[in-house]
Ligand binder design. Structure first.
Ligand code: TNX
Length: 532
């Protein structure tokens, strides 16, 4: 395996590593074009203003709010009249192609971020964030950087490879309070991820208030894996998460996992069970033992449940997607699974959202047009996984790639057992531990035969939380491997099918690590990176 200890060298072209005094400045994900222009740097001072008007002003305000905390400067957002000490955010149709494209120019004349839309401006501010000293992440102004708040003279032109770049958080196996989710959103936004997929329901807990079925949380939210207590998001909590995400141009994708992974719902409502008996709440880590009931006797209750729940979830979700699960329904016969998936997907589509399902759902040939499949098998597909995945494309949909042996952030690191948080974190089922090199060393178009670049909606890194109960434990597994997935999702593939340059990535990651440190993230300092 290639070492990730990179020589810190000034490289041109599309790498983003440079020598900047003692500190390395690197950007993850690597921009399409990045050039150090070798002029005098820009410095944020107490004179600096953000110059932005209209929709751009809100984006400037999001960035300014954090920069004020870290610098102690006023940093007003003003409309018009740019000076050399200012940071300008400009909507400009010529500044790139697509919603999230942007350009950034920095130097003695100021900083100018331009983009065709506010989303692109926001992505540009996250590049600026990484170009600034790590102290910019701090919540108070007690530690100014020695060399000032400088930004090297640089020219960036950037746009994402994939439209959907996700992080999935399993809040069902363990519940995470709203603030933990907001922190997570801010961190994934730094990496230019634009989707937060919330796995809201599973055997161990139901985590979202549903007015028409109140016992889903009344009974179904009281437990979690290992008896660590329950919890759920009220509609107001969920709205807060959606709003905070939207300010960072992150779309929330809610998942209600059906027809398996439903013990929490089944325990709350006897009428959803074939035998009419509610099972006990579940606090273990097995999968594949629960199912909605396909029997006609339960059809009224089951279909009402599907329409009510998916309807309410869709109503509180402004984004275009609704994830209905479909994975590991091992307690459902094949015929029942196909019947239930048809009804579930139809109920999902009836809300007006585009349905997403795990790849097993591709067994159904009755999916609503445009249904998106999420692939979670290995880099080398096993069993029917590839066939099920291409089925979504054949039915007019597209695919999100989350190969478990490289993109599942709950897989153990190789040298785990004596880590500071002990050996209890993470799982091994997806082909053993996952190294940072493995997380970085895969190519989305090379997983499922027959999938073209345009069939791939995007890439997502899930973190399942059977073994993760606190924000610290979550961070320790999520970082740094999520940075590798973010780069695969955003940055262009090297020409001619060449492998990505792991050494350059490692050098940039060492730089990003200083930002993670300043954020107080308790991440895994994996071997092979020259952490500063
Ligand atoms: C598989 S892969 C699951 C989850 C588990 C996870 C643990 C998939 C769609 N489902 O139910 O939490 O493995 O790594």
């Amino acid at each position: 395996t290639a070492s990730l200890v990179g020589a810190v060298v000034a490289l041109g072209g599309c790498t983003a590593t440079q020598e900047n005094g003692d500190a390395v400045t690197g950007i993850i994900p690597a921009p399409v074009e990045f050039e150090l222009t070798h002029g005098a740097p820009f410095t944020i001072t107490d004179e600096t203003r953000f110059v932005a008007s209209g929709d751009a002003a809100a984006v400037a305000e999001t960035f300014a709010a954090q920069a004020r905390l870290a610098t102690g400067f006023d940093l007003p957002v003003v409309d018009g009249g740019t000076a050399a000490s200012d940071i300008a955010l400009v909507i400009d149709a010529e500044a790139g192609t697509g919603e999230e494209a942007y350009t950034l120019e920095s130097g003695a004349d100021g900083v100018r971020i331009a983009a065709p839309s506010p989303a692109g401006l926001f992505r540009g501010t996250q590049t600026l964030r990484q170009l600034l000293p790590a102290e910019i992440e701090r919540a108070d102004a007690s530690t100014a950087p020695d060399g000032g708040w400088t930004v090297p003279a640089a020219s960036v032109a950037d746009a994402p490879r994939f439209a959907y770049r996700g992080s999935m958080l399993d809040v069902a196996r363990h519940f995470f309070p709203v603030q933990d989710v907001l922190d997570h959103i801010d961190r994934i936004a730094m990496l230019k991820l634009n989707v937060l997929h919330l796995h809201l329901t599973d055997d161990q807990g139901w985590r979202l208030q549903i007015d028409s079925w109140p016992q889903l949380t009344g009974i179904g939210a009281s437990t979690s894996t290992g008896g660590d207590g329950g919890g759920f998001y009220s509609k107001a909590d969920y709205a807060r998460i959606v709003e905070y995400a939207a300010e960072r141009f992150v779309t929330v994708v809610p998942e209600i996992d059906l027809p398996g992974h439903t013990n929490a719902a089944l325990s709350a409502y006897p009428e959803l069970n074939c035998d009419g008996v509610a099972p006990q709440p579940y606090e273990g880590i097995e999968v594949g033992f629960s199912s909605l009931c396909a029997s006609p006797e339960r059809a009224e209750a089951t279909d009402r449940f599907l329409a009510d729940v998916l309807g309410e979830v869709a109503e509180m979700t402004p984004g275009p997607w609704l994830h209905v699960g479909g994975d590991e329904s091992l307690a459902t016969s094949e015929a029942d699974y196909l019947d239930l998936v048809r009804r579930i997907a139809a109920a999902g589509a009836a809300t007006g959202k585009t349905v997403i399902g795990w790849h097993e759902m591709g067994a159904s040939r009755e999916l609503p047009a445009g249904t998106v499949g999420q692939y979670w098998d290995f880099v080398a597909p096993r069993d029917d996984a590839a066939e099920h995945t291409t089925s979504f494309v054949e039915q007019g949909g597209s695919v999100i790639l989350s190969p478990a042996d490289v993109a599942y952030l709950d897989m153990k690191y190789p040298d785990d057992p004596d880590g500071p948080l002990g050996g209890k974190l993470g799982q091994l089922w997806a082909d053993g531990p996952t190294t940072l090199e493995e997380a970085y060393g895969w190519e989305p178009t090379a997983i499922v035969p027959g999938l073209a670049e345009t069939d791939i909606l995007g890439v997502e890194a899930p973190v399942w939380t059977e073994t993760l109960g606190t924000a610290d434990e979550l961070e320790f597994m999520v970082f740094p491997r999520i940075t590798a997935i973010a780069e695969i999702a955003w940055s262009p593939a090297p020409d001619g099918g060449a492998a990505r340059d792991a050494s350059d990535f490692g050098a940039r990651l060492a730089s990003l690590g200083t930002h993670l440190d300043a954020l107080g993230i308790d991440y895994r300092k994996v071997d092979g990176v020259a952490w500063v």
